[in-house]
Design a protein around this ligand. Structure first.
Ligand code: PPS
Length: 308
């Protein structure tokens, strides 16, 4: 497990075992409140393993439901205030709930005035608050291939000064394979949610690689799952807005105002590519990773693309 270190007055958190999943207190502190969260039937939950494309799909959903007219929301409310991160503890959330100083995402979600509420979580399926399924809320799960996901997560951990210290890449990739990173094993996460999809029809399982390949097609599938029929004009506007280069320069979605991240270390909208893992994995690391992958990914119905 990572050491507790201090930089810029911020403390990097330490992983601990939480119901079998490595977590940090930033995401477990108000656990009773999180577990007792009361979902509503029209809530839309975006569930992902970290770095799988959460922000991309969050913004797509936000534009679909609330993007028709120019609004203060579009110009002054950051995506993490529009789409609360259910289990995250944080400081003053800004415009949506100005009275809250120390909050957990549940508070933000409960303070949302808009319908539907779009909510984000990184929890593995076994830790999801029960009310989402009891209420038959719609769930959008986004998965990304393990290699690009690992690289993106490594840079996120480097730049986010409260995340456990990632150390160097060669140690990190081993810990990632062992599931010893925040939110635990990528393999368990994507498989757990994939299994859930077999018994919970209100779950739409998306792949980051499909979105890169054809964002319009994936937007159409998303709309059909949600029962939405946006106009051709609206779809066109959304597809422009969610392009990587557009999102990278949009201060409301690129996390540039998020004080816990050091953009001198890395950026949030970093590369947005399929296959960037090739710039990080050595040939030997790739061989070890592939062998290990085969032992963890036994379900032939769940397939990922690592290049396109
Ligand atoms: S988080 O912190 O878990 O919410 O991060 P998340 O949003 O899930 O993932 C961030 C990665 O998604 C990439 N991203 C995109 N790729 C392509 N197109 C668009 N529009 C887009 N928006 C976000 C982002 O660049 C991160 O991936 P990397 O590989 O680090 O660039």
């Amino acid at each position: 497990m990572s050491a507790d270190t201090k930089k810029d007055g911020l403390t990097r958190e330490v992983l601990f075992d939480f119901h079998g999943v490595p977590m940090t207190t930033n995401f477990t502190d108000k656990w009773d409140k999180i577990q007792n969260f009361q979902a509503k039937p029209d809530d839309i939950l975006i569930a992902t393993y970290p770095k799988a494309g959460t922000t991309w799909v969050s913004y797509m959903l936000d534009l679909l439901y609330f993007g028709q007219e120019p609004s203060e929301r579009e110009t002054s409310v950051a995506i993490y205030d529009r789409v609360p991160f259910l289990e995250r503890k944080g400081l003053s959330p800004g415009l949506i709930a100005p009275s809250l100083i120390l909050y957990v995402g549940v508070d933000l979600a409960n303070n949302l005035k808009t319908t539907p509420r779009i909510i984000k979580t990184h929890l593995p399926i076994q830790l999801l608050p029960k009310s989402f399924c009891e209420q038959n809320s719609k769930i959008v799960y986004v998965a990304r291939n393990a290699k690009d996901n690992a690289v993106s997560y490594f840079h996120m951990d480097r730049m986010t000064l409260t995340q456990p210290d990632p150390g160097d890449w060669s140690c990190y990739i081993q810990r990632y394979m062992d599931g010893q990173v925040l939110y635990g094993s990528w393999y368990d996460h994507v498989n757990g949610w994939w299994k859930k999809k077999q018994t919970y029809p209100n779950l739409h399982y998306m792949f980051y690689e499909d979105m890169v390949e054809d964002t319009g097609r994936e937007l159409d599938k998303l709309c059909s799952f949600l029962g939405l029929s946006p106009s051709a004009e609206q779809k066109k506007e959304i597809l422009v807005g969610v392009q990587f280069d557009q999102m990278k320069k949009n201060n409301m979605v690129n996390y540039s105002k998020f004080v816990l991240m050091d953009f001198n270390v890395s950026t949030f909208m970093r590369k947005g590519k399929v296959g960037d893992w090739k710039t990080h994995f050595t040939v030997a690391q790739n061989e070890v990773f592939d062998e290990h992958y085969k032992t963890k990914m036994k379900d032939p119905t769940l397939q990922f693309r690592t290049e396109m």
